[in-house]
Ligand binder design. Sequence first.
Ligand SMILES: [Zn+2]
Ligand SMILES: [Zn+2]
Length: 347
Amino acid sequence: MTEKVKAAILYKPGEIRIEEVDKPRIRADEILIRVKAVGVCGSDVHYYKRGRIGPYMVESPLILGHECSGIVEEIGSEVRHLAVGERVAIEPGVPCRRCQFCKAGRYNLCRDVVFMATPPVNGAFTEYVATAADFVYRLPVDMTCAEGALIEPLAVGMHAARRGGVSAGSRVAALGSGTIGLMTIAAAEAHGATEIYAVDLAPNRLALAAKIGATETINAADADAVEAILELTHGEGVDIVFETAGAVETVKQTFDVVKRGGTVVWVGLPAQETVPLKVAHIIDEELTIQTVFRYANVYPDAIRLVASGRLDLKPLITHEFPLEQTGEALRFADEQKEMAVKVMVVL
Ligand SMILES: [Zn+2]
Ligand SMILES: [Zn+2]
């Protein structure tokens, strides 16, 4: 008889049931992990509420959750780099490793990626997951599993900082200070940015932004963010601006706060498909536009960065729920956006 384990399963929008599923079995090149911490991501909340994101539809019961860490329970016969009992972070997207994008190192663009909690692939709101061993990374002894789960959103921030070309002395702005905005701020600081302007509407998120590396915070509810950034940079604008709010208004603002010849990095996903842009202005200023889709080749560096103590991500974890309350955790993350930054399911 197959051993059973608990999982939080999304049946339809708004309905998560805690049920028993078969304990996953591993292949020779896989690892079985006892899940310890799973962050609630905006995409999980979206699937929970609407049952779809763009073309990805939840058509059969699905386990959400992709920001995860845990303890190695069992290793496949071919696995050499990890041992039972070690704590690990799991990179949730496993690409094909054979296509031109994988070969070029840009495996986040692989068309055959298998990504946790993207229908029909199950995620990590469950007691055990099995995954490819080469996408599992050991956590140093002094890192917690909760911090391990935060490596996933940090990887997005690191990828954004790299795509934007942040370097020593850079002036940057982050339009939006939700989890991804905060991770981008932290990553920009780690990459050497010395002026970091954080914009948001929620005071608690701005307070966290200041804690994690922002040198100035601007509440867009009280001040014109564009004017404030221009004033802080003596009318020049920043070298690199990150759009992390996923709002049409902030997408447009990126061009108003970046300096001539600067770089705009779009990380957030606006709800509407098209956004009108001032093309002549973009050409005249010779701006560079970069985009960020997930990340690639970032996990080991992100883990070392956190382990070094240079980055303290723990204040981002604002709320914790047990696996049995995964539905509550998703609802809380959705309804308490002002209060909740990173909601974590802990096992
Ligand atoms: Zn995520
Ligand atoms: Zn590929």
